[in-house]
Write a protein that binds this ligand. Structure first.
Ligand code: SER
Length: 337
């Protein structure tokens, strides 16, 4: 029996997953299979070859995939985000760490069963950092301040190391024998803002929640302070960066983990811009101390020069055009329809 070549996306029905599926299928050439607890949106479902509904912790799902498909690239998106993980830390550890371990092990088995190494794309996060709050001038490099304060951040940082462990022979052997089986590449996302969906359970959610509430004409009380500042990026650029990292030639990558960012406004600057797009929007501030402490432990900016140099990270949208030209028109259209 010949197994079919595919791309596997876990957590596929989440925010990043939908964007990724659209882009991969637009480009053509790769069949997609997915795993998620939730079914894919009806408009996305026809774009995938096979949809597995279930948990990444269920071994039989991965065994079925191993038997039937030759997986070339894995986008392992399934995770419990930072706020949610603080309420259920053990469940978060199971999904975020044990789940990733299972996927890495699956990638190793896939790599052993076919000739090519498996590219493993892992979305990490600014949550992998933990640093004093209020330091707005520092652009943090990947190896600095790796002292996360949240379960989610600890999970992400540790899984970056697990990925490096699984690809440990890659660099030294790849040149001569291509013996490395897992080609692990992690991308540390900033807060992401989608025009189509509001994330759930994250702590950078105040930005997308603010915009989507304004578009719906609903009042919004922001759970951080007006001067809270972290890096952000619009979803289209996050998807583009993910695909660019996956496509980069291995020899151009000098590290396994890359920061990326596009802009880093304060919460009040976000509010001001949202008010320009939706005059009369009712946006106030009512900080939640637990969520504020999480965001305050994240860097106000990150240094993404390695991503720009090694694999050409170049976000299309900055803060103002990202909101006025990308987010606002799409969000208006989304709620109109
Ligand atoms: N967006 C994530 C969260 O808020 C951080 O990467 O949890």
């Amino acid at each position: 029996m010949i197994r079919k070549n595919v791309v596997l996306i876990t957590g596929a029905s989440g925010e990043i997953g939908h964007g990724l599926i659209e882009k991969i299928s637009e480009a053509g050439g790769s069949s997609i299979i997915t795993i998620d607890l939730q079914p894919l949106a009806p408009e996305i479902k026809p774009l995938v070859t096979r949809e597995f509904i279930g948990s990444i912790l269920e071994d039989h799902l991965l065994q079925r995939i191993l038997a039937e498909f030759e997986v070339e690239t894995i986008y392992h998106l399934a995770a419990l985000l930072s706020t949610r993980a603080e309420f259920t830390p053990v469940a978060a550890h199971q999904v975020n760490v044990e789940g990733t371990l299972k996927l890495l092990n699956f990638a190793q088995a896939q790599g052993e069963s076919h000739a090519r190494p498996v590219t493993f794309i892992y979305p990490s996060s600014i949550a992998a950092y933990g640093m004093p709050s209020g330091d707005f001038n520092r652009k943090v490099k990947e190896h600095e301040w790796n002292m996360p304060t949240t379960m989610y951040g600890c999970n992400k940082l540790y899984c970056e190391h697990l990925g490096r462990y699984y690809s440990r022979y890659f660099k030294q052997l790849a040149a001569e024998t291509l013996s490395g089986k897992v080609d692990f590449r992690a991308i540390r996302f900033p807060g992401l803002i989608s025009a189509m969906t509001v994330p759930s359970g994250g702590t950078s959610d105040y930005a997308p929640e603010m915009i989507h509430a304004a578009a719906k004409g609903e009042p919004y009380a922001c759970f951080v302070e007006p001067d809270t500042r972290i890096p952000f990026m619009v979803m289209a650029d996050a998807v583009e960066a993910t695909l660019r990292l996956a496509a980069a030639p291995r020899e151009s990558l000098n590290q396994t983990v890359y920061n990326i960012t596009a802009f880093n406004p304060s919460a009040s600057e976000i509010r001001d811009l949202v008010l320009e797009g939706f005059p009369g929007a009712d946006i106030s501030f009512d900080p939640d101390l637990m969520r504020l402490a999480i965001v305050d432990s994240w860097p106000a900016d990150v240094d993404d020069s390695a991503a720009r140099t090694d694999w050409g990270h170049a976000p299309r949208f900055g803060f103002e055009d990202g909101f006025s030209e990308y987010l606002f028109p799409r969000i208006r259209e989304h709620y109109r329809s």
